[in-house]
Write a protein that binds this ligand. Structure first.
Ligand code: ADP
Ligand code: GN1
Ligand code: MG
Length: 361
């Protein structure tokens, strides 16, 4: 995490006319997140502009999406200040502030009395996160997908992710190719199966919807008292996509028995009890909006999103760790091996997963 330089901090505080002290916060892999300690508290984020190259359009997406969500939450008698993000504008009415060194900062209301988790503590809690993501999907069902700027084009285009991996292998920028060939070869066995969802989306066999696209457990906040998943955060990748992306990515992260960077692969398994809880919660919210073809592809989505994320970690390792934040030198390789183990286990359990899905549709 970059250490803050005092000049920028002063500049940011003047731009937003808020005084605070900052401390690094959370476990995100992309932006630099800080808790802005004041009364009330805020979240201050330095937007990763090497990934999100158009912060203005990114923030316009978030402003439009949260405005829509506030409307639905209010109409349903909920509390929009707790159930969605609130963007704080600068005193000039801007959605973020660009400091003189070219860094871009945004501020959200801090959603207090909540917890963020990297592994679910029990199946019920995971089911609650599924309801939160399912509800999020529902609330955006009538949001015009074509009005959204694509913050990361082809974000879940799995075959293009495979092409990127092959290119990284060929370029071998960091000289790590020889070390990863076994992992690469094991991944490539899943290449064809993991192209099926993209093919179906492109052919129109499954519908394009407005989706979150980054539904890992730490992107939902749980109320400390009720323990319910109350707020879906990290809206940078809300874009047109498939509900299978949201469902599959949550399972990748939360139905694993271990953290995403657990190095002891004996601890890494795909837990069918958690799979069942998530499926139950997600489908209870989505209801009959889901199509036959989407239902058929639910189990495969867990494999596909795990493969895709795993090969992204491997690609980043080959490219010299330029995308995901790392905390030690071979962390991306550890993550890639971890996700591969999970792919292998999911692949062996696809038939059992189908039977579980059938119980809830
Ligand atoms: P990244 O894109 O880097 O993953 P996130 O937007 O997910 O960044 O934020 C990182 C972490 O900060 C989250 O996982 C969550 O724990 C915390 N967080 C983010 N926004 C808020 C908020 N408005 N209120 C409380 N906690 C938040
Ligand atoms: C990143 O931003 P964060 O940490 O919630 C990444 C996701 C990956 C995830 C893996 C914009 O999510 O796509 O699945 O790491 N987000 C982006 O942990 O690339
Ligand atoms: Mg996040």
């Amino acid at each position: 995490m970059m250490v803050f330089n005092d000049n920028s901090l002063g500049e940011i505080m003047s731009a937003f006319a808020i005084e605070f002290e900052v401390d690094p916060y959370g476990d995100g892999h992309i932006n630099d997140t800080y808790i802005a300690d004041s009364t009330p508290k805020y979240i201050l984020q330095k937007i990763n502009t090497s990934i999100f190259s158009n912060p203005q359009k990114l923030m316009e997406n978030i402003e439009a999406v949260t405005k829509h969500l506030r409307g639905v939450i209010t109409a349903n008698g909920g509390n929009p200040d707790r159930e969605t993000l609130t963007v704080i504008k600068t005193i000039d009415g801007k959605l973020y502030h660009e400091t003189s060194d070219g860094s871009c900062y945004r501020i959200y209301k801090f959603i207090d009395n909540t917890i963020s988790l990297n592994l679910p503590e029990n199946p019920d809690q995971f089911e609650s996160s599924a309801r939160a993501f399912g509800k999020f999907q529902n609330m955006l069902a009538d949001f015009d997908a074509s009005s959204l700027y694509e913050t990361i084009p082809d974000f879940h285009h799995t075959p293009k992710r495979t092409i990127n991996l092959k290119k990284a292998l060929e370029d071998n920028i960091a000289g790590r190719k020889d070390e990863i060939m076994d992992v690469y070869n094991e991944y490539i066995r899943f290449e064809n199966d993991c192209a099926i969802i993209t093919d179906n989306l492109e052919s129109g066999a499954i519908p394009t919807r407005v989706t979150h696209n980054d539904t890992k457990l730490n992107n939902v906040l749980f109320d400390k008292d009720t323990k319910e998943g109350i707020c879906v955060i990290d809206l940078d990748t809300v874009m047109p996509g498939s509900l299978l992306f949201d469902y599959g990515d949550s399972l990748r992260f939360g139905a694993s028995t271990a953290l995403e960077d657990e190095a002891d692969l004996e601890k890494v398994w795909f837990d069918l009890e958690y799979f069942e809880s998530y499926t139950k919660g997600f489908l209870s919210e989505i209801g009959d909006k889901i199509t036959e073809k989407e239902i058929e592809l639910l189990p495969l989505s867990a494999l596909t999103l795990t493969y895709e994320c795993g090969i992204r970690f491997l690609t980043d390792y080959l490219n010299g760790d330029t995308y995901f934040k790392i905390h030690y030198p071979n962390q991306n390789l550890v993550r890639a091996k971890n996700q591969l183990k999970l792919c292998q286990d999911i692949s062996a359990k696809l038939d059992d997963m189908k039977k579980i899905v059938a119980k809830y549709v």
